[in-house]
Design a protein around this ligand. Sequence first.
Ligand code: GDG
Length: 735
Amino acid sequence: MDEDSFKRRLLIVSNRLPITVGKPKKGEGLKFHTSVGGLSTGISSFYKSYNAAWIGWPGITLEKINNKEQKEISEHLAKDSCYPVFLNQHDIENYYNGFCNKTLWPLFHYFTTYTVNKETLWNAYYRVNRKFCESIVKVANSNDIIWIHDYHLMLLPSMLRKELPNASIGFFLHIPFPSYEVLSMLPWRREILNGLIGADLIGFHTYDYVRYFIESVRRILGFEDNLGKINTYDHIIKADIFPMGIDFERFSTLTPDVEQEIKNIYKQNADKKIILSVDRLDYTKGILQKLEAFDEFLDKNPKYIEKVVLIAVVVPSRTNIEHYKTLKKQIDELIGKINGKRSTLNWMPISYLYRSLPFKRLSALYNVADIALVTPLRDGMNLVAKEFVATKRDEKGVLILSEMAGASKEMGEAIIINPNNKQEIVKAIRRAIDMPEHEQIKRNSIMRKRLKRYNIIKWAEDFMDELLQIKKIQQQFLMKKITPEIENKIIEEYDKSNKRILLLDYDGTLVNFSDKPKDTKPDEELYAILGALCEDDRNSIVIISGRDKTTLDRWFGQMNMGLVAEHGVWIKTKGEDWQMIAPLTNHWKSSIKPILELYVDRTPESFIEEKEFSLVWHYRKSDSKLAKVRARELKNSLLDLTGNLNLEIMSGNKVIEIKDASIGKDRATLKWISSENWSFILSIGDDVTDENIFNVLPKNAYSIKVGSGSSRANYNIASPFYVREFLKKLSKERR
Ligand code: GDG
């Protein structure tokens, strides 16, 4: 952990505080107790060891307390460094029970038919995120580390970024991030993504969730990524994997009160194999599926009648939401049916506990269970699976784990099942009961080592280290970011000089990059800016683009400026005709094009752009995973084929371009620069091909990279919008 992070305060922000306030009966005083749930259990154990404070809702609505009690709550919580965000009944109904748990929760768990899309719920979500923002601003220092948790607060990072621009803001999503297809169903997907990218670091449990997030950001917001680093207009952020760990010590230690509980449970279940299931009451947890599979197991394996018991702990959750009420009824009925059908005088197959248990009892259950049956239909991580394995000090016990839980990516030694495949669960139960001890030990010892090493503290430290790391990268970018002072210095030089050349890239520099290149033709504002620059006869304006010469001619042919087409194949000086930079041939195209066509057929939504002396395979709109594989394959086969031709295979921004190796923007630049004795040279570009220009510029030239990626240019500028503003300033009359 960086020394710096100890000096700064850590603010943890989540919907619920780790302490819940309740008022059991009218007239009674306030009661404070520990909150239940994955997030709360996990973070509570690590945050006490930091200079940390926690901000969240204390679990009681404003309608239930008076001003005096509100003050009492704040004072009581402050002793544990907790700050309450007070919410009213309407907020809870529309934000928590509404947008959070009727819109985001089902959608992100792929229960698309349960998803409610309602403007009023969205408005409440926005409003409560604002309330959180206001509460945080009241207690935060400008450079605090703020770590926001979960789907309830996805708009908060950007809201906070505006208020506290220097804070280090991290966000962790505890639930799955859905695929682009599923996220696209949400009317507010853009707002959600825009809210999240206010964070410096966005963490997920698994690689798939990171991938889905990055793909959505690319396809919905248009920001590119480079190994998880996303270049937004004004800062670099990172998305990465942090599989949440548990408080291993706490679960693996046998305390006297846990020992006592263990004795009690054994007394009631002597000589029986114990299968344990622990879930919040939620339709994502696959509770009905596991009950049905257990029933079927007994059907198929009658020899286990009276020899096995399923202890099903179901923790009440979101009891005000219809789907949860229905599920509760279904679980009650199914358990009633199975027990009714199968119980004998001495035995009841399912022991059902619908309540939240004290820690010692939960821990005792993990200890005594022979098998843990964890069968979510979709689950961000699932800590129960990890906690069960952690309690197994003798390394005996079998974990049956759904492949739909994030935990399955780290716990491959468990018996992995598909929760929708009843027969597979039935077989897994049988296999678990029959598994020899040495095999159990072998499997658990590997998992326990991993859980011990990557525990909750390591998880949080890892997240925090990376958050500070990305902050440093941002600083490097900021150091090169063009400031008003630098702009003034350039303008001063420009004003002084009588012979100026401006080398400007087009796509991504003068206009925003787009999926549809045809849509990015110059607009009136751009013509006005370029027109004003061209009017000054001390200026030579040159557009250096990868576009073909017909397009550039159509757009800029009438203007008093120089043009470079096809990355430097063609050059057109003011008032003259197009000239080829060097004698080139294009007969190679006939042998290369069929290969590209093959890749177009195999990669939906990719296409070929044919220029006179180059071929380009575009894959921006294709599925990113497939396209990456195909791009690698294509590059390899082209490299094999073109070994004896003088061709260059260039990977650009979601393109592969094949061109004569002797052409490039650098060559065109040199030709232009050496043609006169310029006293002011400025080059602006955004893409890899523009780096070739920056490379060959003389020392006294100004070079500016558009966007936040690293570059050889002297400076970075945020976006085409700012490029235009800057060019407007250059062309303004100053006397
Ligand atoms: C979300 C994501 C992700 C359960 N019953 C009792 C009790 N618990 C504790 C367990 C465990 C936690 O609650 C449940 O965590 P899960 O991970 O299983 O599930 P969610 O609540 O849905 O949590 C999930 C998690 O966030 C963390 O990122 O893994 O995917 O959905 O820690 O021990 N604790 C006590 N009594 C109980 O009866 N004391």
